[in-house]
Ligand binder design. Structure first.
Ligand code: UDP
Length: 335
């Protein structure tokens, strides 16, 4: 049996997971990553101290072996599918992977009396918010299966707390962006649909012009407003959530955002400033399911976790994404 402070990180080879794993490893924490590598990348695990297990979070036999071997003190659960559009056309894939599969993980946690859980939730659980900025107590009414698949797991966690004392921190991410300051790891989705990498790919020639999804929103420049939170700040929130739980903190759910809204056109302008290039743009129609604005009120995360975003300058966030995208690996782990 190993030391009792080993942490299991599911989906640790993905975008936000790998940045978190790297930060936790730098803090000398012992990490085991469980990732099926469907969307994750083996190369995103850069620390030799981290054990990567390739497998499924729904594989109870594998989970039992891992829990018996490591005596995990906590689980950070990233593993999920996160394409909103795909969730609309293939909802069962999302309910299976994001809602049903974690039940096996939770059952094994209960068997082994592991009662600390950090969950990657999302601002998509709010749907179209009644007010801006968004606070945690606002109505959660997701408008797509992705958001619903995540919200259901939030509910399941609350029920497990009530029934057997599972304490969880649900981290409701806003728009994850940027990459590690040395450009060693970064965002590599296939297909890539997120705004910042998609704009950068239009500059590297990996993709055609960027389509702006809607220019007639009730916002100052007519384009959608989002809260772009740097992935390194997200990683930091996970470390703080672990500390919070290890000192006996009660279950919580907090927004992780900067509190600052940035429009699609402002993102494109920031990228043009950083790269000195003109972004080829096509003005398109609204994308189904896109609320006009999503901006966090992040004050509860500060109050409860002592966390706040350090990287609030969108130019710097975009610069880090560009460093990764234009670096030797061209924003891809194995092109
Ligand atoms: N967006 C866009 N063109 C693109 C990709 C995204 O105009 O090629 C817009 C999208 O409508 C949204 C914002 O950029 O308002 C952020 O979208 P993204 O897919 O990055 O994140 P989401 O907010 O959907 O989680």
């Amino acid at each position: 049996m190993e030391m009792a402070d080993t942490i299991l990180v599911t989906g640790g080879a993905g975008y936000i997971g790998s940045h978190t794993v790297r930060m936790l490893a730098a803090q000398q924490r012992k990490i085991v990553v469980l990732d099926n590598l469907v969307y994750g990348h083996r190369e995103a695990i850069v620390d030799d101290s981290v054990e990567l297990v390739v497998g499924s979070i729904g594989d109870k036999q594998l989970l039992r072996e891992l829990f018996a071997r490591h005596s995990f003190s906590a689980v950070i659960h990233f593993a999920a599918f996160a394409y909103v559009g795909e969730s609309v056309t293939d909802p069962l894939k999302y309910y299976r992977n994001n809602t049903a599969e974690p039940l096996a993980l939770l059952e094994v946690m209960q068997e082994f009396a592991c009662k600390s859980f950090v969950f990657s939730s999302t601002c998509a659980t709010y749907g179209v918010p009644e007010q801006m900025p968004i606070t945690e107590s606002m109505r959660q009414a997701p408008i797509n299966p992705y958001g619903r698949s995540k919200l259901m797991l939030e509910w399941i966690l609350a029920d497990c707390d009530h029934a057997w004392g599972l304490r969880s921190v649900c981290l409701r991410y806003f728009n994850a962006s940027g990459c590690s300051s040395d450009g060693l790891i970064g965002e590599d989705h296939n297909p890539e649909t997120h705004l910042i990498p998609r704009v950068l790919m239009a500059l590297t020639g990996e993709a055609g012009p960027v389509e702006i999804f809607g220019t007639d929103y009730p916002t100052p420049d007519g384009t959608c407003i989002r809260d772009y939170i740097h992935v390194v700040d997200l990683a930091d929130a996970h470390a703080k959530a672990l500390d919070y739980l290890s000192t006996g903190g009660a279950s919580q759910r907090v927004n992780l955002g900067t509190g600052v809204g940035v429009s699609v056109k402002e993102i494109i302008a920031a990228i043009e400033k950083v790269t000195g290039q003109t972004v080829p743009v096509v003005l398109g129609n609204r994308r189904a399911g896109d609320p006009a604005a999503l901006v966090a009120d992040p004050s509860l995360a500060h109050q409860i976790l002592g966390w706040k975003a350090d990287h609030c300058d969108i130019t710097e966030t975009v610069r880090s994404a560009w460093m990764w995208m234009s670096g030797s690996k061209h924003g891809r782990y194995s092109a």
